[in-house]
Write a protein that binds this ligand. Structure first.
Ligand SMILES: Cc1ncc(COP(=O)(O)O)c(C=O)c1O
Length: 421
C-alpha cells in the first residue's frame, strides 16, 4: 500500500487517509529526525545527487570512509565495508567467502539475501532446520573435516520476529571450528545494551566473525555494511562482485546513515524505548486474547494461518485505521501467515493500545472464512501487469518467469525461493 508521506507513527496513504503505522522498519523514528535530514542535505550539497561509480573505482567518497570508520568503531571490529544495500552486503560477503571444498551452512528460514549469497557461493551449501541447534550439529558432522565452514543466521527474523539462539550457535561454531555470520538487519538499533543487535544482547558479539547490517531500518536511510576483520574487508573490496560491479550508495543516504549512527550512539534510550514498546505491544495483544509469537525486538508477529485469512484480517485492520504488514508465503512458511506489527520509538502507548483493540476486533470478525471484511483499498485493485494498447502488444513471446512461479506449483514448495522476505 503506497504511502504519500513519511513513515511516522501516523502515516498518510495514497487514499488520503492517515493511519497508525505499525508496518514500518523505521524503528528509531529517524527518517524524519532533523539531524539525520541535515546529514543527508549536507552530503547532497557537497557531493551531488549520485556517487557516479562503484566503490572500487571512483564512487568512494570521504563520507563512505567516515561511515565505515564509525561503524567499525561502534562494533569494535577492525573494518567495515559499506555496500549499496543490506541485501548487497549479504550477497557480497557470502558469494565471496567460500570456495570449492568449503561449506556454507544456512538456517532454512534465513533472509532471502543470505540464501542468495549462499547460492552464489562456490562452496557446498547446506541448510539446517530453523533455529534448531541439533540440526546444525548434525549438518556439521556431514561436512568434510578439511573444509572451511561458515555458519549463517539472521539475528532477528524479519517476519516472525523471533531471535536466533546465538549463544548456542556460537558455542557449536567454536566447537566445530566454524566461522559465524550474523545478519543484524533487525537487531541494530533495537537489541543489546548499546543497540548493536541480537549478538550483543546474547553476549556473543566477540564470537561473531562477520556481522552484516542494513541502514534501511533503524538508521533511517539506505545501504548496508559488513563488519569484520581488516583482512576479510580488503578481500571483499576486490573480490566481492556486488561491491565491485555496482554503483556506490548515493551521498545523501551515506550522510543520513552517518548522522543516524551518531544519534543511535548518543541516545541509547531510543533502542530501550523500542524494546519496551515491543514488550507492551506483546503484553497488550496477549491480554486482548490475540496470540503472539515469542520475540524480543521491534517486530511483533500475530500468527493467523493461511494466506486468505491473513489478507482478510489485514483488510479489516486497514479499514479500521491501522496499517500492519501481511506476511504470507514465501515470506513465511506456507500456512503460517502472520500479521507483522512493528513499533517505532516514536509511537505513543495510546497509539499501540488503540491498535491492539483494532487487531483483536479484526481477528474476531474475520476468523471464519467468508467475504472480505471492510472495503478493499483502491490501490490493491490495481492490475499487477502493465496494460498495453492492442497495437503495442509485441509479436514475440514475452519474457516470463519460469513455470514454477505460476499456479502449477500451488500447494508445493517447489516454486518458492528458499529464503524468507
Ligand atoms: C534480515 C534482513 N537482511 C537483509 C535485508 C536487506 O536489507 P536492505 O533492504 O537494506 O537491502 C533485510 C531487509 O529486508 C532483512 O530483513
Amino acid at each position: 500500500m503506497p504511502v504519500s508521506g513519511a513513515a511516522g507513527p501516523v502515516t498518510r496513504y495514497t487514499d488520503g487517509v492517515e493511519r497508525t503505522n505499525l508496518g514500518s522498519n523505521n524503528y528509531l523514528g529517524l527518517t524524519t529526525d532533523p539531524r539525520v535530514a541535515e546529514g543527508a542535505r549536507a552530503a547532497l550539497e557537497r557531493y551531488g545527487t549520485g556517487a557516479s561509480g562503484s566503490r572500487l573505482l571512483n564512487g568512494t567518497s570521504q563520507l563512505h570512509l567516515a561511515l565505515e570508520a564509525e561503524l567499525a568503531d561502534f562494533y569494535g571490529v577492525e573494518a567495515a565495508v559499506v555496500t549499496s544495500s543490506g541485501f548487497t552486503a549479504n550477497l557480497a560477503l557470502l558469494s565471496a567467502v567460500g570456495g570449492p571444498g568449503d561449506a556454507v551452512l544456512v538456517d532454512a528460514h534465513a533472509h532471502a539475501s543470505l540464501q542468495a549469497g549462499a547460492a552464489a557461493s562456490r562452496a557446498q551449501v547446506l541448510r539446517w532446520r530453523h533455529n534448531d541447534v541439533d540440526s546444525l550439529r548434525s549438518r556439521l558432522e556431514r561436512v568434510d573435516p578439511a573444509a572451511g565452514v561458515v555458519v549463517v543466521t539472521d539475528g532477528v527474523y524479519s517476519m516472525q520476529g523471533e531471535t536466533a539462539p546465538l549463544a548456542d550457535l556460537a558455542a557449536v561454531c567454536a566447537q566445530a571450528g566454524a566461522r559465524l555470520v550474523v545478519d543484524e538487519a533487525h537487531g541494530i538499533g533495537v537489541l543489546g545494551a548499546t543497540g548493536r543487535g541480537a549478538a550483543e544482547a546474547a553476549g556473543v558479539l566477540a564470537a561473531v566473525d562477520a556481522v552484516t547490517i542494513t541502514m534501511s531500518k533503524s538508521l533511517g536511510s539506505c545501504g548496508g555494511a559488513v563488519l569484520t576483520t581488516a583482512a576479510l574487508a580488503e578481500g571483499l573490496r576486490t573480490r566481492a562482485v556486488p561491491y565491485v560491479f555496482a554503483a556506490a550508495n548515493v551521498p545523501a543516504s551515506v550522510g543520513a546513515s552517518l548522522a543516524a549512527l551518531r544519534v543511535l550512539r548518543a541516545e541509547p534510550e531510543r533502542p530501550a524505548r523500542v524494546r519496551s514498546l515491543g514488550e507492551l505491544l506483546r503484553r497488550e495483544l496477549a491480554r486482548a486474547g490475540v496470540p503472539v509469537l515469542a520475540g524480543q525486538g521491534a517486530v511483533v508477529a500475530v500468527p493467523v494461518g493461511d494466506d486468505e485469512q491473513v489478507l482478510r484480517a489485514w483488510r479489516a485492520v486497514f479499514a479500521a485505521g491501522v496499517y500492519v504488514n501481511a506476511a504470507v508465503h514465501p515470506a513465511v512458511p506456507r500456512g503460517q501467515g502472520v500479521l507483522r506489527l512493528s513499533v517505532m520509538s516514536t509511537h505513543t502507548e495510546e497509539q499501540l493500545e488503540r491498535a491492539v483493540a483494532v487487531v483483536a476486533a479484526a481477528l474476531r470478525d474475520t476468523a471464519a472464512p467468508g467475504p472480505a471484511a471492510g472495503p478493499v483499498p483502491a490501490a490493491a485493485e490495481r492490475p499487477l501487469v502493465v496494460q498495453l494498447p492492442p497495437d503495442a502488444v509485441p509479436a514475440r513471446t514475452p519474457l516470463v518467469l519460469p513455470a514454477q512461479h505460476g499456479p502449477a506449483a500451488a500447494g508445493t514448495r517447489a516454486g518458492a525461493p528458499p529464503g524468507r522476505a
